[in-house]
Design a protein around this ligand. Structure first.
Ligand SMILES: Nc1ncnc2c1ncn2[C@@H]1O[C@H](COP(=O)(O)OP(=O)(O)OP(=O)(O)O)[C@@H](O)[C@H]1O
Ligand SMILES: [Mg+2]
Length: 353
């Protein structure tokens, strides 16, 4: 699916809610779109399936510009795009089977055909034993399963999920994400996951776009977005997930410029195999640095390790350029993020060296 230069303005006074958004979502991918509240995520989804007419731009689904369609052709094309929501949108007057049968009824399928097509869908989402239950008898996770089954009824090529797990507890969220990944693999279905939580995307989305004030400010593999966040918005989503930011107590001690008694503070991002290398030991033995670790952790994105380590390169002195180029040669990303005044102990040791 291609989103080409999509814009949406509701009122000239308020300005554009979507501003020249372009994205390529590859068939069979799980593609995340993350943004703060009000960033324009739901508007983007509604423009993709044309519940809302974009002010400009095109949406290409399976090679077809659906923004050019009207009436019956548009309704037909829309069937190729399934959608699930935060609040499940399950009709309380219908049973589980009745809810899943709705899209078939709307499409005018004969009753016998509907009776044949509903059970496999319930099976797929793990609700085979709940066919006759009413929504009031279901948990949130089960209601979302009904939503998923209903969205898949007409064999869409794309499933749009707008905050589909936001109303669920963490364990149920994981179960629903596992179900989506399962469906993605089994059916080869393209999934667009819209969320304000990076946790939701970390393990299942191959690519992520960061939306801010209606613009795409970053797009790339989930790993790269997590490992190398460039914008403040991208960073803000990673708090708690990846240790890019220092705890405030430590941050306060950093100086922007070196002073007589300071050492540089390095932030090293370890990716892939380097995450397992004894980098710190090497800094000690090759460069006679006494690293003082301020902050760090290793996380996993999918199955790739991603480590962020912030350390004071005590005693590095004039060897700093050599240290930086050595770390770069190991394909680590390294950055001097400030300077720390040497502690009394380090000063004493520095004098000895
Ligand atoms: N129909 C509308 N008419 C006017 N303004 C709208 C309309 N729909 C959305 N907006 C405005 O567009 C902006 C983006 O809203 P949108 O619902 O797309 O954000 P969102 O990223 O989905 O936020 P959330 O995370 O809270 O769901 C908001 O400022 C909102 O007020
Ligand atoms: Mg929204």
């Amino acid at each position: 699916m291609q989103i080409e230069r999509l814009s949406k303005t509701f009122s000239q006074a308020a300005g554009p809610v979507l501003d020249d958004v372009s994205l390529t979502i590859r068939p069979g991918d799980i593609h995340g779109i993350i943004g703060r509240s009000g960033a324009g995520k739901s508007t983007l989804v509604r423009c993709i399936n044309l519940l809302e007419r974009p002010s400009a731009g095109r949406v290409i689904v399976s090679g077809r510009d659906i923004t050019a369609l009207r009436g019956r052709a548009l309704r037909q094309a829309r069937r190729g795009i399934g959608m699930i929501f935060q609040h499940f949108n399950v009709l309380s007057a219908y049973t589980v089977a009745g809810n899943v049968a709705l899209p078939f009824k709307v499409a005018g399928l004969p009753r016998a055909e509907i009776a044949r097509r509903v059970p496999p869908l319930l099976e797929l989402v793990g609700l085979a034993d709940k066919a006759d239950a009413y929504p009031s008898e279901l948990s949130g996770g089960q209601k979302q399963r009904v939503g998923i089954a209903r969205a898949l009824a007409l064999d869409p090529s794309v499933l749009l999920c707008d905050e589909a797990t936001s109303a669920l507890d963490p364990e149920t969220t994981d179960q629903i994400l596992a179900l989506l990944r399962d469906i993605n693999r089994k059916l080869g279905l393209t999934i667009v996951l819209i969320t304000h939580e990076m946790e939701v995307l970390r393990d299942i989305a191959g690519r992520v776009a960061v939306l801010d004030h209606g613009r795409v400010v970053k797009e790339g593999t989930t790993f790269d977005v997590l490992a190398f966040p460039k914008s403040a918005v991208a960073r803000s989503f990673l708090a708690g997930l990846v240790a890019h930011e220092l705890p405030p107590q430590v941050e306060h001690q950093l100086l922007p410029e070196p002073v007589a008694d300071s050492d540089p503070v390095l932030r090293i991002v370890f990716t892939g195999h380097a995450a397992h290398d004894p980098i710190v030991a090497e800094l000690v033995s090759r460069f006679q640095i006494r690293p003082n670790i301020l902050h760090g952790r290793i996380d996993y994105v999918g199955d790739r390790p991603l480590g962020v380590l912030t350390l004071v390169a005590s005693g590095v002195g004039g060897r700093l350029p050599a240290v930086l180029s050595h770390l770069c040669s190991l394909e680590l990303s390294v950055e001097v993020i400030g300077h720390a005044v040497r502690s009394v102990a380090a000063r004493r040791h520095g004098a000895a060296v």
